[in-house]
Design a protein around this ligand. Structure first.
Ligand code: AGP
Length: 615
């Protein structure tokens, strides 16, 4: 996902742009650039490949400055990472520049026509058709806003666009089409800001407005005019965003990922806060706009998500089916959007998305909206596109998750799904009042139990010392901990680049058992629950074939102490439904320490972006 920033005001724009891009670097980074309109009326452009510090060094040695500018960090979709392919992209005469997030799906036919009309292209990007299209429209004598609007009606796909012209130094034009990434408008005193998301401009303002789909804005030093893409004016008021930019800093930890893992007692507490009554025991989800009758009439829940959020959805399936007696299907959003999904008025669609900007998840939500299906989203980012698409939002309240590998968002997603399961069960009369007390009490102890696990980090680090040279790892789990096997494997592979697979332990004999040898570490998640005996049997099968077993076992389980090569102890919870919030903690830290030992960039792993806004 690319990062976008813009500034118009009375201050020097260059430091504001560079600092803002540094806040956005986690979104995607293989090149970066800025364009600044100098007092002399020329546009100065600086672009670099690789991490942002390369651009900062370039600007230090070859300064560019003015009070109007735009900037971009790029995660390449068309055209290799290179200076010429970095944004901003320019028109023929260097009079206007464009930065862009998304994919111009019909760029080839547009490019052919533009070249036939004499336009000269420099890059291999799809984005470059935009400045040339706008340039064509300007020749018709319209202003920059109208020329941009007309150009945008000619392109297919989802886009977030920012345009700057030397001929209109008093404004910046921006627009959003589809779900390629949001556009935030920041309001200051005699200055205005644009960003693809909040952290880039939070230092300067907390008064923000968010462009809707097919909406654009002409931003000037003292105000902004909003339009729909059909040209009609629209009204929009800024909202105050409660946000603490300091918490987005690393807080003394070596990496964002470690900070966010260690924050989980607090983030889980915040996910619960205000949503649970302990006496009498009950769960209240204030933002869900459905009546008890509507909840009773539901016949199915469909969960759509990607990556780690999809793993949380798999855990949620076990919770909602057990607590609310509702069938739950869990779909990869990228699959859901292309199959003939059987959803209707008796379905509740639940999307799970930390960023609220994942293009596949947003597309699945759009599909449900077109089918008039009730939907809620479980999301972490205020004002993100998912929160504006759903009928109701359950915020994670986990604070900014900067590390590309999702950790605290995952545990908060699972806790919110547990709350949702109880909430639905209450409405549908499927939970005995006597059980409600235990279900709610378990939540009260959860943050402390997480803290207990975190305090044993040196144990997981010592284990990482023995495992980090592995070429492959196999994670096994059953029941509600099968998704934890998947999530533990994803954590390891995405930050350490070790091939890792998660598997339902019962499937061992249908294939994976052939992989077992002395070089294959097997992480077996075996808390004392309804499938414990089966897990022990799987562990014995592995040991009989000389495999190395790292078992996650309930505290006091001496049986596994004798069978496994290494044992990680997990505190006992009353309800087995919440063990996933605990069993994932050691696996997050194990992956982190193994990746560090392999010299990997855990906060910005290769090829990955924090939020995937292009297919
Ligand atoms: C998880 O560690 C990954 N970063 C990735 O799988 C992520 O969970 C996925 O891209 C979904 O993102 P979202 O929750 O923001 O929609």
């Amino acid at each position: 996902m690319c990062g976008i920033i813009g500034y118009i005001g009375g201050r020097s724009s260059t430091p504001i742009l560079l600092e803002g891009l540094q806040q956005l670097e986690y979104r995607g980074y293989d090149s970066a650039g800025i364009a600044v309109l100098s007092p002399g009326g020329l546009i100065g452009i600086r672009k670099s490949v690789g991490k942002l510090h390369n651009l900062v060094s370039m600007v230090e040695s070859d300064p560019v400055d003015g009070t109007l500018g735009i900037g971009h960090t790029r995660w390449a979709t068309h055209g290799e990472p290179s200076k010429v392919n970095a944004h901003p992209q320019v028109d023929c005469r260097g009079d206007l520049v464009v930065i862009h997030n998304g994919i111009v799906e019909n760029y080839l036919e547009l490019k052919r026509r533009l070249v036939a009309n004499g336009h000269v292209f420099a890059s291999q990007t799809d984005t470059e058709v935009l400045p040339h299209l706008i340039e064509e429209e300007l020749l018709c004598g319209v202003d920059l806003a109208e020329a941009t609007r007309r150009a945008l009606t000619k392109i297919a796909g989802s886009h977030a666009v920012v345009v700057l012209s030397r001929h209109e130094p008093e404004r910046i034009i921006t627009a959003r089409i589809g779900n390629a990434g949001g556009v935030v408008v920041g309001y200051g005193e005699g200055e205005m800001f644009i960003a693809s998301d909040l952290p880039a401009i939070l230092k300067h303002t907390r008064s923000m407005a968010f462009l809707e789909n097919r909406e654009m804005a002409a931003i000037e030093r003292n105000g902004v005019t909003y339009y729909s893409l059909d040209g009609t004016r629209t009204q929009k008021s800024p909202q105050a965003v409660p946000y603490d930019p300091i918490s987005a800093a690393k807080g003394g930890y070596r990496h964002y990922m470690l900070k966010e893992i260690m924050e989980q007692p607090r983030s889980v507490t915040d996910a619960i806060r205000g949503r649970v009554s302990f006496e009498p025991p009950s769960v209240l989800l204030e933002d869900l706009p459905f009546s008890e009758t509507e909840l009773r009439d539901l016949r199915k829940v469909t969960i759509v998500a990607c990556g780690t959020s999809w793993h949380a959805g798999l855990v949620g399936k076990y919770m909602i089916e057990q607590l609310a007696h509702l069938p739950v299907e869990v779909d990869y959003a990228s699959e859901f959007r292309y199959r003939h999904a059987l959803i209707d008025e008796s379905t509740l669609l639940v999307s799970i998305t930390q960023s609220g900007e994942t293009v596949d998840t947003l597309a699945a939500m759009e599909l449900a909206k077109e089918r008039h299906v009730k939907q809620i989203t479980i999301c972490n980012v205020i004002g993100s596109q998912a929160t504006r698409l759903a009928d109701g939002v359950i915020y994670l309240r986990a604070g900014p998750e900067i590390g590309v590998a999702s950790t605290k968002a995952f545990t908060s997603q699972v806790v919110v799904l547990y709350l949702l399961g109880i909430y639905l069960g209450q409405a549908r009369g499927t939970i005995a009042q006597s059980d409600l007390g235990n279900l709610v009490d378990d939540l009260a102890h959860l943050p402390d139990l997480i803290g207990t696990l975190l305090s044993k980090d040196n144990h997981y680090e010592a284990l990482a010392d023995q495992l980090y040279t592995a070429h492959d790892c196999l994670y096994l789990g059953r029941g509600i901990n099968y998704p934890i096997a998947l999530e533990g494997a994803l954590k390891l592979k995405e930050i350490s680049y070790i091939h890792a697979e998660g598997y339902p332990a019962g499937e061992m004999k249908h294939g994976p058992i052939a992989l077992i040898d002395r070089d294959l570490p097997i992480i077996a998640i075996a808390p004392r629950d309804g499938v414990y005996d089966k897990m022990v049997s799987n562990i014995e099968q592995v040991k009989s074939r000389h495999g190395t077993v790292i078992a996650l076992a309930t505290e006091g389980d001496s049986n596994l102490d004798a069978k496994a090569d290494h044992v990680i102890h997990i505190p006992q919870t009353t309800s087995s439904l919440l063990t996933p919030v605990l069993t994932i903690i050691p696996l997050q830290l194990l992956a982190y320490h193994m990746a560090i030992r392999r010299g990997c960039d855990v906060d910005q792993p290769r090829n990955l972006a924090k939020s995937v806004t292009v297919e």
